[in-house]
Design a binder for this molecule. Structure first.
Ligand SMILES: C[S@@+](CC[C@H](N)C(=O)[O-])C[C@H]1O[C@@H](n2cnc3c(N)ncnc32)[C@H](O)[C@@H]1O
Length: 284
């Protein structure tokens, strides 16, 4: 009797073939990357990483469609939801792109006011359109006090110090020219005791993986204006933020961080601290 293919048998065979093809392709790709010469160590330094202005303007109309599957496979929606659940009061999101966190703000009743900002007008326009669509669809919980501002995260000059309860940045530090300056600005705009919420990606926990990121970084950046080999650990503290909670995903390449402005960095707090320790005379 000839063998019969049941739907289950067909599924098993086609999945096996798919897995085989994916393994062969990835092995070949990794081998090719492995054979590439190692770039100079400065490849990880933002000062030596070429900016790619205009890439996000061009990507904006298709951005969500292009990254949607990657985000689903990496379960980034869950990470975003869990992060935005920490937002409170007046919230500023920098480098907000197409507004991929909007759904999660709507789920969080503690968000009173929301400002979404980005340097790219087309990206922010996509965020505005997403917001309008949510309002029209009467999605419950959408913050009614929401506004949109074109702003460079490294120079939030129009934002007074300590004026937001929560400052959010998701996947923005890989794209701006100076991630430390960006973090310092976020720290400055956040009220004492407020939260800076970060979901970012950069180098991971393994040398072999970081070497692959280094070797492919320039090509990836040319396409996506994203430097995926930045060393972000440590930058948060350098910017005057204390990390309250941190989680790592995807072999350490994705960082999920809840931070707060360091008390000593608040205006007057440093002097206050020195006074308390008896290292400074009152009136000096
Ligand atoms: C990878 S996208 C992330 C978008 C969004 N935060 C998200 O989670 O999907 C990076 C965003 O950073 C923005 N960006 C790059 N440099 C910036 C800067 N200096 N100031 C503000 N936004 C910037 C880009 O326009 C882009 O929208």
């Amino acid at each position: 009797m000839p063998p019969r293919f049941t739907p289950r048998g067909f599924l098993i065979v086609s999945s096996g073939l798919g897995l085989y093809a994916a393994t062969v392709y990835s092995t070949y790709h990794l081998y090719r990357v492995h054979k590439l010469p190692a770039p100079a160590p400065s490849i990880r330094d933002p000062k030596h990483q070429q900016p790619h202005p205009g890439v996000f303007d061009a990507l904006a109309p298709e951005y969500n469609a292009k990254i949607g599957w990657d985000e689903r496979l990496m379960r980034l929606g869950a990470r975003r939801r869990e992060l935005i659940a920490h937002a409170r009061g007046r919230v500023l999101e920098v480098s907000a792109g197409t507004g991929r966190n909007l759904d999660y703000y709507a789920e969080n009743p503690a968000v009173a006011e929301l400002t979404l900002s980005d340097a790219s007008e087309p990206m922010l326009l996509a965020a505005y359109n997403a917001f309008v669509a949510m309002v029209k669809a009467k999605v419950p919980g959408v913050p009614t006090k929401t506004d949109f501002k074109i702003m460079d995260v490294q120079h939030l000059d129009s934002v007074p110090a300590q004026s937001y309860d929560t400052v959010v940045d998701t996947f923005g530090l890989c794209s701006c020219a100076d991630p430390l300056a960006a973090l310092k600005e976020m720290a400055r705009c956040c009220a004492p005791g407020g939260k800076v919420l970060l979901l970012e990606h950069g180098t991971g926990s393994y040398d072999w993986l970081n070497s692959i990121l280094d070797k492919t970084a320039a090509d990836h950046a040319a396409k996506w204006a994203c430097w995926w080999n930045r060393e972000l650990r440590g930058l948060v503290e350098q910017a005057g933020l204390d990390v309250l909670e941190m989680k790592e995903y995807h072999l350490g390449t994705t960082l999920w961080i809840v931070a707060t402005p360091r008390a000593n960095d608040a205006p007057g707090a440093a002097k206050e601290g020195l006074l308390q320790k008896g290292l400074l005379q009152n009136g000096s």
